[in-house]
Design a protein around this ligand. Structure first.
Ligand SMILES: Nc1nc2c(ncn2[C@@H]2O[C@H](COP(=O)(O)OP(=O)(O)OP(=O)(O)O)[C@@H](O)[C@H]2O)c(=O)[nH]1
Ligand SMILES: [Mg+2]
Length: 593
């Protein structure tokens, strides 16, 4: 497994002349990471210590460059992949974004896109701000209210009327608000509160019609709706020395305020312990290379003027990975057949049994790596390839058997054939027959002759027919009657052998059919299990959404917003019936392979 080795961050999404584009070098780095990724993105106003905090997560002083002037330092989205410090075989991907709201920048639309991309790409989303969580801070977070226009969950609108944004919770990251240079005491009405309580309190809707209140309320509502898992960290000023403050990346830990150090450590440790693997809907875990595909798909959508859509991105992922899964599974089949098959096999059944075992494994390999193969087009492709390969192995098996049988028969009949002329004497036919039967006996004792054993011997007998006949004719010791009997016997025997061969062929045909039947069942079974699993994941997603909606409804009621809570009834009802419907379909239908 490729171990991520990045000495320094690299730009992932470039922002040039108000145009977003993907940096291919960064995508190549991601392409080489097959480990699951925990993705932490930080977003917030410019010049608020974001890059500094990300460097702490990389456990480095340097990395993401800090700016010491008021001009913003970071442009676009920067990426740093490091081995996850506490989860073996996981990669921690840090995404540092350019500061929002920089007056020197022209188009503020890009701010919204950077905000949306950070949400789409991360599993932990850190919103960074200075001072306190007040009206102003919430107004500045208006980007969150634009998400409904900037992100789509499904490519087509939901027919049953479940809002696009309702589904956000099933793929949105956990939310952390980092409050820097926090000067207040964590208290409400003289009572100590936790950081999380501070955040939750700040997110309570404020009654009133004032447009500013309404604006900040909208941010509050969106944060609560889209990010059910929320956390808050407050930080003291790193130091009170203004000069040191401007060059935090150059000073040692002892020069930092101990309180700030402790808060930073708590933040870092929380993310290392609780930062989840980036997961798309239906439990699809994101690896480095998947993340690369996501970035490319989303940024392509943005630059072509469309809205990034989760479902489309998943489809792109699935197409790419399912093709690779077919390839991998087919190779696995060939490799296993090569290893397990002892050619020539004794019987066709022996080959078919090995084939069945290898095919089963190959399908399992495919199932493991594939997803959302809705019409089973990839699985069908795999089966076609395996069928072709099986035919090739059968052919090889026949050739090997044919060759081996012929060699053995040649060896056993060598002297017999060389001395064939010695049978053209009186009594020669009896001798000839005795010798030939002896060869036949010996031939049948040779082990592992394989599927062509009878056919090869039959060929030998056929080649002997004229010889036998002339020996018979030349045998003056036989009466005419005896000659006729011998001739008839020879013909009868040949016909019987022919019949036997035919029977063997029919039997093999039957075995092939049965094997096909078995393989069909196996495919169906594995597919059924997979589909049930996918359906369960879907139900799980819906339950999370429902749970979140119910939670919401409850809190609106508690906070006295009865109308808001009532407005949610319709959607909640639809979600419930969706879930019931899915649970009723005990086994999802799969198209016949
Ligand atoms: N007051 C204060 N300054 C900080 C803090 N953290 C970092 N700084 C200083 O603030 C300046 C900007 O830090 P950065 O980490 O580059 O801030 P940023 O948010 O990444 O800035 P942009 O990338 O330009 O948006 C540097 O001089 C840092 O030394 C903090 O917690 N409080
Ligand atoms: Mg920065």
């Amino acid at each position: 497994m490729a171990r991520p080795q990045m000495m320094a961050p690299i730009c992932l999404v470039e922002n040039h002349n108000d145009q977003l584009s993907v940096n291919q070098t960064a995508i190549e780095i991601l392409d080489n990471i097959s480990q699951p990724v925990v993705v932490v993105a930080i977003v917030g106003l410019y010049r608020t210590g974001k890059s500094y905090l990300m460097n702490r997560l990389a456990e480095q002083n340097h990395g993401f460059p800090l700016g010491s002037t008021v001009q913003s330092e970071t442009k676009g989205i920067w990426m740093w992949c490091v081995p996850h410090p506490t989860k073996p075989n996981h990669t921690l991907v840090l995404l540092d974004t350019e500061g929002l709201g920089d007056v020197e920048k022209g188009d503020s639309k890009n701010d919204s896109w950077i905000f949306a991309l950070a949400v789409l790409l991360s599993s932990t989303f850190v919103y960074n701000s200075m001072g306190t969580i007040n009206h102003q801070a919430l107004e500045q977070l208006h980007y969150v209210t634009e998400l409904t226009e900037l992100i789509r969950a499904k490519s087509s609108p939901n027919p049953d009327g479940i809002k696009n944004s309702t589904e956000f919770v099933s793929f949105f990251p956990d939310f952390i608000w980092a409050v820097r240079d926090f000067m207040l005491e964590l208290q409400i009405d003289g009572k100590s509160i936790t950081e999380d309580e501070y955040l939750e309190n700040a997110l309570k809707l404020i009654p009133g019609d004032n447009p500013r209140i309404q604006a900040s309320n909208l941010s509050r509502e969106c944060i609560r709706r889209f990010f059910p898992k929320r956390k808050c960290f407050v930080f003291d000023q790193p130091t009170h020395d203004k000069v040191l403050l401007r060059k935090l990346d150059t000073i040692s830990e002892e020069q930092l305020d101990p309180m700030f150090l402790e808060q930073t450590r708590a933040f870092v440790s929380y993310i290392f312990t609780h930062g989840k693997i980036k997961t798309l809907r239906e439990g699809i875990k994101v690896t480095g290379n998947r993340l690369g595909t996501l970035v490319t798909t989303y940024v392509d959508a943005i630059s072509s003027g469309t809205v990034p859509c989760l479902d489309d991105a998943v489809t792109t992922l699935a197409q790419r990975e399912n093709s690779a899964a077919v390839q991998k599974a087919a190779e696995h089949y060939s490799e296993q057949m090569g290893q397990q098959l002892r050619i020539p096999t004794d019987t066709l059944q022996e080959l078919l049994d090995v084939h069945a075992a290898c095919e089963k494994e190959a399908i399992a390999v495919f199932m493991e790596d594939s997803f959302k193969d809705k019409t089973q087009q990839f699985q069908r492709k795999l089966l076609e390839i395996i069928e072709e390969k099986k035919k090739m192995f059968m052919l090889k098996n026949e050739e090997a058997s044919d060759q081996y049988c012929q060699e053995e028969l040649n060896r056993l009949s060598e002297t017999f054939v060389e001395n064939i002329s010695t049978f053209s004497v009186p009594g020669g036919h009896r001798l000839y027959m005795e010798m030939r039967e002896k060869i036949e006996d010996n031939y049948w004792q040779v082990p592992r002759k394989g599927v062509k054993a009878s056919e090869v011997f039959q060929r030998f007998l056929q080649s002997q027919a004229t010889i036998e006949n002339s020996i018979l004719k030349a045998d003056t010791a036989l009466t005419a009657g005896e000659e006729v009997i011998a001739e008839e016997r020879a013909q009868k025997e040949a016909a019987e052998k022919e019949q036997e061969l035919l029977r063997q062929k029919q039997e093999e045909q039957q075995q092939l059919l049965e094997a096909q039947e078995k393989s069909h069942k196996e495919n169906h079974e594995q597919l059924r299990i997979k589909l049930i699993h996918e359906r369960d994941q879907l139900i799980e997603d819906h339950k999370i959404i429902l749970e979140n909606q119910l939670q919401h409804q409850k809190s609106w009621l508690e906070e006295g917003f009865k109308k808001k809570s009532e407005e949610m009834c319709g959607e909640i009802q639809r979600l419930k019936s969706d879930i019931e419907e899915m649970e009723r379909t005990a086994a999802p239908l799969c198209t016949v392979l």
